[in-house]
Design a protein around this ligand. Structure first.
Ligand SMILES: NC(=O)C1=CN([C@@H]2O[C@H](COP(=O)(O)OP(=O)(O)OC[C@H]3O[C@@H](n4cnc5c(N)ncnc54)[C@H](O)[C@@H]3O)[C@@H](O)[C@H]2O)[C@H](O)CC1
Ligand SMILES: [K+]
Length: 514
């Protein structure tokens, strides 16, 4: 009946993880997920009425996740449109949103609702499947993991065996939303109504016979949710720990910074990294700064570099030291006197580790920046000019475009700090809106460098490491300022990091394999 397959631009496709992130970040921007679910279910109902105008009897088959939640919403709307609606739930939904919509359907005496949590209970409802003019598949969406279990597999069999056309909610159940693979079986839909953007797997060559016609429905996710940094972005970082973990497994950061004049800066970097969940943060600093660091805190290990400032004779020592670390952060407090700029150039060009370049190291590399997929620059406006030769534009859109362009040219991630922080890897752009003018106090940039370096040990995606670092830094500043007003120091931010990270990160303990 519906053989046409609409052409959707592959560039616009989205992975299930990206969808998860966007969906959480929409909520961060003030659009509740319950609203998204309402819009999703209503869109399904609208498509059923529009594409199958003759249909009178609709069966909705709902899983226990949010895909099922969309199904319950669709059932409510179809009932409201005057259709005869029956609903089969494969168990009571566990999560809050789907549960709310399940309860709302349960209260509608005009809708017949049956729960079937086993294949046997489902088979007893076989005549409902044969009764329907249209069947809505709301069993599994982007949350599917692995091969179909029971009773889901039987539900798919019963839907496929029924003569009525199937309308898949978001993804035909059984189809991998990212690859389009079908392990065992999947619903063969006449129509798939997917939300916001097509999931990648829906566009795979072999997926067509399951997807049928593909319709992409907006559900109220604002475009800003695609670029803003929010709680969703924590999904890109791995904070889990194995029960048999040992020291060093969760990240080792080397900070190259400090000088006779500036000893505080590398300390902020190291302490912020430690509070962000790395096991080891070591400072390699000129002697006076190394002495000061050790005297300041027992948390800090400092390796002294002979003399008042970083110079060319330290290069080999620093490179050898770097071999024992996962990430190197270079710049804070180094100054630009004597051989320091040349030493920075040597280290940046030869170090074989992921690298965060901040402060004076950005200026030292200005004009001939080092690129690489695991290199992150964290300039403020002045340092951006030193790095690129141009002032960052004032408008946010132009700023984002400039950062994207220069990140592409240099071949690294740039995180430009400002009222809104803008980060790009030359392709994607992320914008962070957290922060407060109370953070103009010295040292907050060093804290951001420590966060960025630490988060680079938690993901292979340095853009996300930088973006989430900016988000956490800004929130830590906001929370310190909420307590202390415009009287905060960078140390106050560091203290706030753990509670901010814990609010959004999953900190599971995973069991070692026997
Ligand atoms: N992203 C959005 O903006 C919105 C998405 N919505 C809909 O929600 C689903 C995704 O929901 P989620 O709860 O994450 O996952 P599912 O419902 O797809 O499945 C989870 C559910 O299924 C169980 N399960 C997982 N794998 C299997 C398996 N192989 N066999 C059997 N059972 C399995 C798991 O245990 C869970 O209980 C998305 O597709 C949209 O339809 C919302 O409407 C909000 C907006
Ligand atoms: K589905």
């Amino acid at each position: 009946m519906f053989l046409s397959v609409c052409i959707v631009d592959d560039m616009e496709a989205i992975s299930s993880l990206e969808m998860y992130v966007v969906d959480r970040n929409a909520e961060w921007l003030g659009v509740p997920r319950l609203v998204l679910m309402e819009n999703a279910g209503a869109a399904v109902a609208r498509n059923v009425v529009g594409r199958f105008p003759g249909a009178r009897r609709v069966l909705v088959v709902c899983g226990t996740g949010d895909n099922g939640g969309d199904g319950y919403v669709a059932a409510r709307h179809l009932h409201g449109a005057g259709l005869w609606v029956r609903v089969v739930g494969l168990g009571e939904p566990r999560e809050e949103l789907a549960r709310a919509n399940f309860e709302a359907v349960r209260r509608l005496w005009g809708v017949e609702l049956a729960l079937a949590a086993t294949p046997l209970e489902l088979l007893a409802l076989q005549d409902w499947f044969l009764w329907a003019d249209v069947i809505i598949d709301a069993v599994l969406g982007t949350g599917v993991r692995g091969a179909l279990r029971e009773p889901h597999a039987t539900a798919v069999d019963l839907m496929n065996a029924a003569p009525a056309p199937k309308v898949a909610v978001d993804v035909p159940s059984g189809l991998d939303p990212d690859t389009g693979e079908v392990r065992d079986k999947a619903v063969r839909a006449a129509l798939t109504v997917t939300f916001h953007k097509p999931k990648r797997g829906l566009l795979a060559e072999g997926a067509r016979r399951y997807v049928g016609e593909l319709v992409v429905e907006p559900i109220g996710i604002p475009p800003e949710a695609e670029v803003v940094v929010g709680p969703g972005d924590f999904a890109y970082l791995d904070f889990s720990r194995r029960a048999d973990a040992k020291k060093g497994d969760h990240g080792r950061v080397l900070v190259v910074g400090g000088s006779l004049e500036y000893s505080g800066a590398p300390m902020y970097v190291a302490l912020a990294a430690l509070r962000s969940g790395v096991d080891l943060a070591v400072i390699a600093a000129p002697e006076p700064a190394a002495q000061a660091a050790k005297a300041y805190s027992p948390d800090i290990i400092a390796v002294p570099l002979e003399g008042p400032r970083l110079s060319l004779r330290h290069v080999e020592k620093v490179l050898r030291l770097a071999e024992k670390f996962d990430v190197v952060a270079i710049g804070p407090g180094l100054g630009l006197e004597g051989e320091t700029p040349d030493a920075v150039k040597e280290i940046a060009a030869r170090v074989k580790k992921p690298l965060v370049v901040d402060a004076d190291a950005i200026k030292a590399l200005g004009g001939s920046p080092v690129g690489g997929p695991q290199v992150v620059y964290t300039p403020h406006a002045g340092e951006f000019k030193a790095l690129t030769g141009v002032e960052p534009p004032r408008g946010l859109r132009e700023r984002a475009e400039a950062v994207r362009e220069w990140a592409g040219r240099i071949g690294a991630v740039i995180l430009l700090k400002g009222r809104y922080d803008v980060a790009s890897d030359g392709r994607r752009v992320k914008i962070n809106t957290t922060g407060t003018p109370a953070m103009t106090v010295g040292g907050t940039g060093d804290v951001l460098t420590g966060l960025t370096a630490a988060f680079m040990t938690k993901t292979r995606d340095p853009l996300e490491a930088a973006a989430v670092a900016a988000f956490v830094n800004g929130l830590a500043g906001e929370e310190a300022a909420a307590q202390l007003g415009f009287h905060i120091t960078a140390s106050d931010l560091i203290e706030k990091i753990p509670s901010v990270v814990r609010r959004y990160a999953r900190e599971d303990i995973t069991s070692p394999r026997p």
